[in-house]
Design a protein around this ligand. Structure first.
Ligand SMILES: Nc1ncnc2c1ncn2[C@@H]1O[C@H](COP(=O)(O)OP(=O)(O)O)[C@@H](O)[C@H]1O
Ligand SMILES: [Mg+2]
Length: 364
């Protein structure tokens, strides 16, 4: 068996310090610092080209950083070969051996480690059961659906009980229903194995569904790191507020002592400071209000531009007097449907002070 940085099965914490990777003048990783707890499920979330795969490949050892440090537990693995890091990796495109059976694919990493036949058979059966492919061992890869292939890739990544599991957009090739199903399965698998997991996606909803914590990355830097609810409810910047969930951001008046929008005070529970430049309006936090509503609400006058019935909710787009468009989401219970305003009606949209978030342009 090859010597490994970490012992098999133990979930290790990961420490990353000042990690830099450049391509010519471009800093794909711009001095990344990150601490991941042993057994944590952390998601790297960011737009295309933000540096997610670069960071994951550096952690896997397939890519050599210019400078900085990567530690698994107490071991410095920054320059260690990938096969000595005891990591399982799953890619979007499966990367299975098409000429081998399902069992042959899953057994492959065990063979590389020089494990004997009886133990291999036992472990392959264990891994296939974990991904719900019991009895599929003798099938060939081309007899499998996309979802089943990704389960095989997952089984192959966990069969040797890695210390770290890395996944780069593993569900992007699957259709929506299957993707949502697999998200829950991967979460359940993580609960069973408790292996330190880093999961890459550009899909904010997938990140919210699956993660203990999310690290939002943009231009090779973290915009914010936190639990899903914290990121959604307390975005640290305009970028995070717009990237996670739906939101319209309205620019506050410049130079005012207290936050105002077009001269009207904006009520908030937030601690106000001069850097806060935008108010965040999320569709599900907005209400249609009538004239006698209480003082705790911020109000925005506008016109109903469109009403879209989407099954589980109705989405109203409302144009403000200044031309900005807000989106307001309502339920489809009978009472809500009966009280919908007419298209082109003048309405007032309310946002409760408790739900009124102010964010700066940039992360402080
Ligand atoms: N081999 C390479 N040569 C030059 N530029 C690269 C290379 N790989 C990645 N990049 C650039 O680095 C940035 C980050 O890429 P990547 O980590 O693949 O982004 P993501 O996975 O978030 O979509 C992008 O701007 C990309 O164009
Ligand atoms: Mg990528």
């Amino acid at each position: 068996m090859t010597s490994q940085a970490t012992s098999s099965g133990a979930s290790v914490p990961i420490t990353i310090r000042k990690l830099v990777k450049t391509y010519g003048p471009y800093r794909a990783l711009d001095a990344i610092d990150l601490d991941i707890a042993g057994g944590e499920f952390l998601t790297l979330l960011g737009p295309s080209g933000s540096g997610k795969s670069t960071l994951l490949m550096a952690i896997a050892g397939f890519l050599r950083p210019d400078s900085g440090l990567i530690q698994f537990g107490a071991a410095d693995v920054t320059r260690l070969e990938p096969h000595r890091r005891n990591i399982g990796v799953v890619f979007q495109n499966y990367a299975l051996f098409p000429h081998m059976s399902v069992a042959g694919n899953v057994a492959y990493p065990l063979k590389l480690r020089g494990i004997g036949r009886p133990e291999i058979d036992k472990r392959v059966a264990w891994a296939l059961a974990l991904v719900k492919l019991d009895g599929f061992g003798e099938r060939s890869i081309d007899q499998l659906s996309g979802g089943q292939r990704q389960r095989v890739a997952l089984a192959r990544a966990i069969v040797f009980e890695p210390s770290v599991l890395l996944m780069d957009e593993p569900l992007s090739a699957l259709d929506k229903k299957l993707r949502e199903h697999m998200q829950i399965e991967i979460r359940r698998l993580h609960e069973t194995l408790r292996v330190t997991t880093i999961y890459v996606t550009h899909d904010q909803r997938e990140a919210l569904t699956m993660s203990d914590r999310i690290a939002v990355i943009n231009h090779g830097r973290f915009a914010q790191i936190g639990e899903p609810k914290a990121l959604y409810e307390r975005p640290a910047s305009k970028f995070v507020a717009e990237f996670i969930g739906d939101a319209t951001l309205l620019a506050l008046d410049e130079g005012a002592k207290q936050p105002t929008f077009r001269g009207r005070p904006v009520k908030t529970k937030d601690k106000v400071n001069g850097a806060l430049s935008h108010v965040v309006l999320r569709p599900e936090k907005l209400r249609l209000v009538d004239k006698k509503n209480t003082a705790a609400w911020n109000r925005f006058a506008g016109t109903v531009d469109d009403i879209v019935y989407q099954g589980e909710s109705v989405l109203l787009s409302i144009r403000l007097e200044g031309g900005e468009t807000l989106f307001l989401r309502q339920g489809t219970d009978q009472q809500s449907l009966q009280n919908l305003p007419a298209r082109y009606a003048a309405v007032e949209v309310g946002l409760h002070a408790d739900d009124t978030l102010l964010v700066p342009e940039e992360h402080p």
